[in-house]
Design a protein around this ligand. Sequence first.
Ligand SMILES: Nc1nc2c(c(=O)[nH]1)N=C([C@H](O)[C@H](O)COP(=O)(O)OP(=O)(O)OP(=O)(O)O)CN2
Length: 137
Amino acid sequence: MPRVSVHRKAHFNAAHRLYRKDWTDEKNTAVFSKCSNPNFHGHNYELIVSLTGEIDEETGYVFDLGVLRNHIKLEIEDAFDHKNLNVEVPEFMDLNPTAENISVVIYNKLRKLLPDHLDLKITLYETPRNFVSYSGE
Ligand SMILES: Nc1nc2c(c(=O)[nH]1)N=C([C@H](O)[C@H](O)COP(=O)(O)OP(=O)(O)OP(=O)(O)O)CN2
């Protein structure tokens, strides 16, 4: 069967500060500049979750996008939307919430819910022009 990719878009608004606890404020500011504002700042994150696999002969689906929507809502949107990532989301209390690290956390949360035969790719837009992708490599 042909291998096809299916995609689901989602979004969440969240505040964060790029910051390492083991660095001084001066070093954090030197490295992360305005993104290390001690009073935090927000982004409108745009997320694309992509699954690649063979089309199921019976259903014609690679994976039910309604099921994927529910996983994203419960695992990502409910956990991150309108939250301060550094303060309120356990995964980032000791992990700098860069777009890279957020994409890996999202991957790991979704990977465990999805069938092993499907390839998973996370694309995360932090701003309309800054985005990252992660495929579990
Ligand atoms: N490798 C990374 N670099 C940067 C990250 C990141 O997560 N990974 N994050 C930031 C900032 O948090 C933010 O994304 C940058 O905001 P800004 O400079 O305002 O970017 P914009 O695209 O909105 O604005 P431009 O004027 O188009 O640059 C920084 N780096």
